[in-house]
Each structure stands twice: as structure tokens, then as C-alpha cells.
Design a protein around this ligand. Sequence first.
Ligand code: 3PG
Length: 213
Amino acid sequence: MVNVDRMGELLKQAYPVMPVLVVEDPDHGIPLATALVSGGLPVLEVTLRTDRAFEVIEKMLQVPGAIVGAGTVTSPDQLSRLGQMGAHFAVSPGSTPAMLAAGKASSIPLLPAVATASEIMLGLEYGYSCFKLFPAAVAGGVAALKAFAGPFSAIRFCPTGGIDQNNGADYLALDNVTCVGGSWVAPKRLIASQDWAAIEQLAEEARMLIAKP
Ligand code: 3PG
């Protein structure tokens, strides 16, 4: 229920791009989130792929206007920790019965990922209507999303994986795509060199290049 009501709204706020972030140093959290919010991309997915990702999320939650969630959430325990610390949402790279059930009971909305019709059907059984398509390019990209629109016309997607400024507009042109996810707006090398101005510019460019006029 939480997912049905709140995740759809959250994905609209993420339009056109939800940055997918891999951040090693918690001290980078505030300036990175500030740059992305200033660049017009307020909904941020911080992957739990680094040792200090939870600390990064805590820092980013202090940034006005930032809507901060965790990505690479693979267990109900992680989801519950995120809810306790006040994260705004969570994204999982797949859909298991345990994760779908935990997401439904969670205080924060979960965006589960799918790559097949069977996974969409499993998510539907749990009441979900919004999914990440992952890995989008490998799972069939634009063609797969067009095909899913037939049997699953009410479902909305945030495709992620292999999307950038060159192909993002093709995804966003589809009625069943609310936003896309991507790491290209905050590349590791710019985070490492703390070039926040360049990241803000990439965010602005992403909005200009791929958003609908
Ligand atoms: C993810 O974690 O969702 C994807 O790995 C991000 O994919 P990208 O690096 O191709 O944008």
C-alpha cells in the first residue's frame, strides 16, 4: 500500500533523472546532494555498495530539498534500518517475496526492480504498481517497456542501467516511464575530485537534454 500510494508520487518528483550514487566518503554527502538539488535533481538514490553508505545517507538527509533513498537494498533488515534513520525511500535491484513483503510493511516506500513479466506479476500480487526496470538496457530497454505496456498498462517504471544523456529521452518518451535512473550525472571521478560545480552542471544538462519540453 505504501508503495502504491507514495512511490508513484516520488518518481514524478524524480523526473527526469534519479541519480544513482556510489559514495565512499560521508564528507562528500552534503556537497554532492547540494549540487544535485541545485542542478534540479532532488531525488537521490545512494547505493549501499560502500562501507559508509548509511552515514552518507544521514548527511544527505540534512540537505534542504533533497529526497534521499537507498539503492542496492537486498534485505528486509536494511529496509528496516533505513526506515528507522528517516530515509525517504528504498530501491532494490530485484524482487523476492521477502523483500516485497517487507516493502509493503515498511514505513518508507520501496521501489523493487523487475526484468521479466513474471516478476511484474509477482509484484502486482503484493500490490506494487511502480518498478525499477533493471538492468534496463540488458533487459530489453525501450522495446521491453513498449511490450510490457500491453499486458501491464497501469504499471509505471523507472528504468535504470545503461541509460545516459544519449538515450534517456527515448525512455522518457514512453507513457509507462515516469523517470529514469542513472549514474552518469555523478561520475565517480568527479565525486573523488570533489568537483561539485561539474556535477551540478551535469544535472542541469541532463534536464535540458532529456526532459520533455
Ligand atoms: C544501478 O545501480 O541502478 C545501475 O547500476 C546504474 O546503472 P548505470 O551506471 O548504467 O547508470
